[in-house]
Structure formats: C-alpha cells, structure tokens
Design a binder for this molecule. Structure first.
Ligand SMILES: CC(C)(COP(=O)(O)OP(=O)(O)OC[C@H]1O[C@@H](n2cnc3c(N)ncnc32)[C@H](O)[C@@H]1OP(=O)(O)O)[C@@H](O)C(=O)NCCC(=O)NCCS
Length: 422
C-alpha cells in the first residue's frame, strides 16, 4: 500500500527553496505528524499563508494582485498555521466546442513545502480541492509546459487528470518578405481598447472549435491581468493588418520581462480566407524582435498552420499539455442533448455506475474505462470512435437509441493559444 511506504512523521528541517525563505519560522519545526495537516479552501489570512509558500516556489504575486483577479481562489494545507501545500485555482468558462462551455477551475503554481514532498501532501490537497469545488465547477484543469516526462505531469496523472490536448512550440526563422501595412500598439490600455475587434476576428477564425477560455466580453482584460501575468510580467505588442481601414488579422505578442530573449505569439487570428496576413504579421514581429527568438505555441488544428510553416525553424514535441478531470460526470452527462431530447442511459465504469437522466431497466448501458469516460465528456473522444476502437461497448440499445447516443456524444476540435495558458 502507498501509505505504508510513507514515513509516519513529517520532518521539516533545513530546506532548499528556489527563492530564500521569508517571514515564517518553519525551519525550526520538526517531527510533526502528517495527520496534523489541515486542508481547506483558503479565505482571509489563509490566503496570505498560502501565498507565503507559493511565492517561495514560483515568481511571486502580491495579496493585492491575488484579490484583484476575478474568479481566483486557492486551497491550502496548514500545519500549525504555516502553509505546507498551496493550490491556487482560476475559475473560468472553458469552450468545449462551438456552442458549449463548462466551468473549469485551472490549477496553477501548485507546490508543497520541500520538506514534505513525496508524502502524499500534494495529492491530499488536490482531493480536497476537487471535493470543495465539486458543486461550483464542472472540471479541474491544468496546463503543463514541461510535458510528459516531468514530476508535475506524473503528479497530475496520479491525481486522476486525463490528457486533453497536446500543443507544440514552433520556433520561427526570419524570412525576407515584403513589409505590409501593419498597425502597432504597445500601450496595454490601448491594446485592451481593441478587445472587441480582436474578439470578433478570433470568433470568426476559431469559433468552430473548442479548447480555450471562452472569448466573452472583457476577455482580454481578464487574460492580460491574470495571476500568470502578475507573476511573470510581460510587455505586450499588438500587430494588426488592415485593408481599407478594416482589421484583417492580428498577432498579440508578449515578452516575458524575466526571460526577455523570447518574443512569444500569444494569439494570432485572421479573417477567414485572409491567411495572407500571416506573412505581414510575422515580418513585423521579426522587425520588433531585435536579438530575441520568435516562438509560436500552437496546436495541429490551427487554420494558420500552413501559412506559418515556411517560417518554422524547429518544432518541439508535445508541450504544453492540457490535462483535465470532470468532477461530476453524472451532472455533465445529464446536459448532453440531441435537439430537444436528453438521452437516458446507464454508464458502467471501473470507478462505479452512473445513471444519466433517470434510466429505466431497459435503457442502454455504456461500458468504458474512466479515462475514456473523461475524454468523452470533455468532447475529446466521440462515442462513435470509442465504439469503433473498442474503448467503449454499448449494451441493450433499441432501434435508433445508438444513433441518438452517437449524436449526443460527438468529439470537437480543440485549438491552443498561449494566451489561454495559466
Ligand atoms: C509537484 C508537487 C506539487 C507534488 O507534491 P507532493 O506532495 O510531493 O506529491 P505527492 O506526495 O502527493 O505525490 C503524488 C504522486 O505524484 C507523483 N510525484 C510526486 N513527486 C514526484 C517526483 N519527484 N517524480 C515523479 N513523480 C512524482 C507520484 O506519482 C506520486 O505518487 P506516489 O507517491 O504514489 O508515487 C511537489 O513536488 C512540488 O511542489 N514541486 C515543485 C513545484 C512544481 O513543480 N509544481 C508542479 C505544478 S505547477
């Protein structure tokens, strides 16, 4: 049993931290029982305690910044009033497909005290976060930039998260192309004032897909003033291509002040059919790059991929990765519809049985593993594909029922933009 491998007591001795210890006297604590740790959602003073630990592991954010971010909360593990585990969460509407969102809490900057790693503390806090947020959000989600060979990735997989989307980072090269008509905005407030224009083009270009933070009004304010950008301040630059005064495409660029040698394309979109704008935008990006490299994190579904390919110098393998966990599959399944109809069925999975929309004895049963169930409900796997590849089996269907279930559970194409990373 995993518990038997773990020592019964926790010793917080002299610790190594990325940033020097501040304000707490934790280095003097010794031999404290693991079962004395209290896990809960952070409120009031707990948030300061949580930030105290978080800020020694990751680039810091202040309490004032934390409080200013809409939908930000956190869970914390406390030992005698000192945080030993920190788990901030950003709650946001996440686009599953063109006309469907779910409410997701994005974990980020998750960390445990270096004196108690590998003892189940991080897992315990993740379980508490899942339980605490179950009634408020549909899913927990997290982006991992380090890919699938890191301790962080192993940690989330162990906690029950499933792979949902793989992105790659395209490192671009310079090319000699003609300079086009580009408007450049570097003032953050002026960039935000263009938000409605960007949203309009984004939705036209990517609105048929899912995989991103819903582009609702005010999105760019929320995105540029997220806890990520407080922790890692960036300078932003907006490039817009124009024809007869109308914006035909844009690229929003960011330069991390901690790592200024990289200019990152955070989001790029063109009016449908206007992919020619990509050359003009990338030429302008290189003019502003100076000695920096230019990178474009994106995914296979990008409609701009073929226009960007001539600019690609190298491509990373599967990084970042988006992982997720539906917290209440039954509630999620109850929202599946085919036109006005809500199909009734049973689900058999290794973790247990689910009843969807009051099934009767004669309702069909869908049998599948928990990973397939999660991917199905996140719209990353279609029922048709799952059945064809024996990732699922369907039992007891009557005439038309299989077709109804099939129509209720399609998959959706997802696209990645670095602006959605947190
Ligand atoms: C990642 C982190 C939060 C894990 O917390 P933790 O309390 O050590 O995690 P747990 O003890 O609950 O471990 C749970 C599982 O995670 C995985 N895991 C944890 N640390 C690991 C490591 N160093 N290497 C590989 N897998 C690891 C294991 O699968 C483990 O299960 P097991 O003990 O049954 O093998 C912690 O190591 C940390 O704070 N790291 C520095 C910050 C960081 O990288 N955060 C990543 C999220 S942004």
């Amino acid at each position: 049993m995993a518990g038997q491998r773990r020592p019964p007591t926790l010793t917080i001795a002299k610790t190594t931290t990325i940033l020097p210890p501040v304000s707490t006297d934790e280095n003097t604590l010794e031999n404290i029982a693991l079962n004395k740790i209290r896990y809960r959602e952070a409120r009031g003073r707990d948030i300061d305690r949580m930030l105290d630990l978080r800020n020694r592991i990751f680039p810091p954010i202040t309490r004032k910044q934390f409080d200013s971010v809409e939908g930000l909360t956190a869970c914390v593990g406390l030992l005698d009033g000192i945080a030993v585990a920190a788990l901030p969460l950003a709650i946001r509407e996440f686009q599953l497909g063109p006309s469907e969102t779910c409410r997701a809490a994005f974990l980020h900057a998750v960390g445990t005290h270096s004196g108690c790693r590998g003892m189940g503390v991080g897992s315990a806090l993740t379980q508490v976060a899942a339980k605490t947020l179950r009634g408020r959000v549909d899913a927990l989600m997290v982006f991992r930039t380090g890919g699938e060979r890191t301790a962080g990735y192993a940690f989330y997989k162990k906690a029950g998260f499933q792979d949902l989307m793989f992105a790659t980072i395209l490192r671009l090269r310079r090319r000699r192309v003609a300079q086009g008509n580009v408007t450049i905005t570097s003032d953050e407030q002026a960039i935000l004032a263009r938000g409605n224009v960007l949203r309009d083009i984004f939705i036209k270009a990517h609105g048929s897909m899912g995989g991103y933070w819903a582009r609702t009004p005010g999105f760019y304010e929320r995105a540029l003033r997220s806890s990520y950008f407080f922790s890692r301040p960036h300078d932003f630059l907006l490039l817009e291509t124009r024809t007869r005064g109308r914006t035909t495409g844009y690229a929003l660029l960011g330069r991390d002040r901690i790592l200024p040698d990289t200019l990152k394309i955070l989001e790029m979109a063109t009016q449908p059919g206007g992919e020619d704008a990509v050359d003009t935008l990338l030429e302008a990006a290189w003019r502003h790059a100076g000695q920096s490299k230019v990178v474009f994190p994106t995914s296979a579904a990008s409609p701009l991929r073929s226009a960007v390919l001539p600019w690609v110098k190298e491509e990373s393998v599967r990084s970042p990765v988006l992982l997720g966990m539906m917290l209440n599959p039954t509630a999620r399944a109850a929202r599946l519809t085919v036109g006005p109809r809500k199909p009734s069925f049973k689900i058999w999975a290794p973790s247990g049985d689910l009843s969807v929309n009051k099934p009767t004895k004669t309702s069909p049963t869908l049998g599948l593993r928990d990973d397939a169930l999660q991917r199905l409900f996140f719209r990353r796997l279609s029922l048709r594909h799952a059945l064809a590849n024996e990732a699922a089996t369907l039992h007891g269907t009557k005439e038309n029922e299989a077709a109804t279930l099939d129509a209720a559970m399609p998959s959706q194409t997802w696209i990645y933009h670095a602006l959605d990373y947190l």
